[in-house]
Design a protein around this ligand. Structure first.
Ligand code: PBG
Ligand code: ZN
Length: 322
C-alpha cells in the first residue's frame, strides 16, 4: 500500500520537539501590566468584577511598584482613580494632580520600569466621558487641546510613553506637536489606534470608578467595522504614532492581523477587563483551566501579530512563568 500523505504528527512526537518547533514565543518583554491607583484610599481594595486585581492606594504605590518591578515586569500602564473630578477632567493636567503624582512615584520607586501614561479624561470627568462635553456632545477639538496639555504634564512628571485612548480625531497629531514644542521629540506615543465601543470594558469602568451614563459610541468604533479600524490605525500612523494598538484583543484578532500586514510599526493589543473576567469567572466555576487558557489566549494574540500585549494576567505570568 503506498498512500501519499504528509506525516505531520512526526513533528509532535515528543515534548522537546514540540517546544523546539513552537512558532510563537511570549516573554515578559512582550507584556504591559495595567494598574489602578486611587487617591485618598488607605488599603488595597479588591475589584469584585476582576478577582485578583486590586486598586492600589496612592500611599502604597511605592511598595506595589517595587514588587511589580521585582517580579520582572518591564512596563506598566497607569490608570488613576480620581477623587477630584470636574467637567473637563482638569486634575489630569494639574502638575500636582493625581496623574502627575502617580507617574513621579512610580519613577522614583523603580526608575527602570517603563511608565506608560493612559492619556484620556474619563477617570477625571464628573460625567465620565473621554473629553469636554459641549451641548451634550463630546467636543473633538477642545478635547485634543486638553489631551495635549495632559500629555505634557505626564511627560514632565517622567512618563516614558504617552498612550492616548480617547478616540478623538487628531489626538496623536495634537499630542506630538505639544510634546515636540516642549522639547520632548524623543518621547514615544503608543496610540490606542483601533479602539472599539466594546461591551468588554464593563469591569474596568467599575474598577476605575467611571461615572459614565450612556455610551461612547460617537467616538469609539462600531465593533462590526473592520475597514474603518484599518483607517483609524493608518491615520494614527500618519499623525506620528510610534506604536499602534487594537483593543479589545480576542474578538478583534482579524483587525490585529490586518494592521500587522498594513503597517511596519510595532503593534500592541489590549486584553481588556471583560476578557480577563471571562477567563477568571469561568475558571472559578471549574469550567476551564485558567493557567492554560491564559497562555493560549496570550499566545494567540501574539501569533495574530501583536508585539506587545496589555494584560491583567501579567503579574501571574511573571510569577509562574510561561
Ligand atoms: C478609557 C479606557 C477604557 C479602557 C482603557 N482606557 C475604558 C473605556 O473606554 O470605557 C478599558 C480597559 C479595560 O476594559 O480593561 N479611555
Ligand atoms: Zn477615556
Amino acid at each position: 500500500m503506498s498512500l501519499n500523505f504528509a506525516r505531520l504528527r512526526r513533528l509532535r512526537a515528543t515534548p522537546a520537539l514540540r517546544d523546539m518547533l513552537a512558532e510563537t514565543q511570549v516573554s515578559l518583554n512582550d507584556l504591559i501590566y495595567p494598574i489602578f491607583i486611587e487617591e485618598g484610599l488607605d488599603d488595597f481594595a479588591p475589584i469584585d468584577s476582576m478577582p485578583g486585581v486590586n486598586r492600589i492606594p496612592e500611599k502604597k504605590l511605592e511598595q506595589a511598584i517595587k514588587e511589580i518591578a521585582a517580579a520582572g515586569i518591564r512596563a506598566v500602564m497607569l490608570f488613576g482613580v480620581s477623587h477630584h473630578k470636574d467637567e473637563d477632567g482638569s486634575d489630569s493636567w494639574n502638575p500636582n494632580g493625581l496623574l502627575a503624582r502617580m507617574i513621579k512615584r512610580c519613577k522614583d520607586a523603580a526608575p527602570d520600569l517603563m511608565v506608560i501614561s493612559d492619556t484620556c479624561f474619563c477617570e477625571y470627568t464628573s460625567h465620565g466621558h473621554c473629553g469636554v462635553v459641549t451641548d451634550g456632545h463630546v467636543h473633538n477639538d477642545h478635547t485634543i487641546e486638553n489631551l495635549a496639555r495632559q500629555a505634557v504634564v505626564a511627560a514632565r512628571a517622567g512618563a516614558d510613553m504617552i498612550a492616548p485612548s480617547s478616540m478623538m480625531d487628531g489626538q496623536v497629531a495634537a499630542i506630538r506637536a505639544a510634546l515636540d514644542a516642549d522639547g520632548r521629540q524623543d518621547l514615544p506615543i503608543m496610540a490606542y489606534s483601533s479602539k472599539f465601543a466594546s461591551a468588554c470594558y464593563g469591569p474596568f469602568r467599575a474598577a476605575a470608578g467611571s461615572a459614565l451614563q450612556g455610551d461612547r459610541k460617537t467616538y469609539q468604533m462600531n465593533p462590526l467595522n473592520g475597514r474603518e479600524a484599518l483607517r483609524e490605525s493608518m491615520e494614527d500612523e500618519a499623525e506620528g504614532a510610534d506604536i499602534l494598538m487594537v483593543k479589545p484583543a480576542l474578538p478583534y484578532l482579524d483587525i490585529l492581523y490586518q494592521v500587522r500586514q498594513q503597517s511596519l510599526l510595532p503593534l500592541a493589543a489590549y486584553q481588556v477587563s471583560g476578557e480577563y473576567a471571562m477567563i477568571k469567572f469561568a475558571a472559578m466555576a471549574g469550567a476551564i483551566d485558567e493557567a492554560r487558557v491564559v497562555r493560549e489566549t496570550i499566545g494567540g494574540i501574539k501569533r495574530a501579530g501583536a508585539d506587545l500585549i496589555l494584560t491583567y494576567f501579567a503579574m501571574d505570568l511573571a510569577r509562574e512563568g510561561f
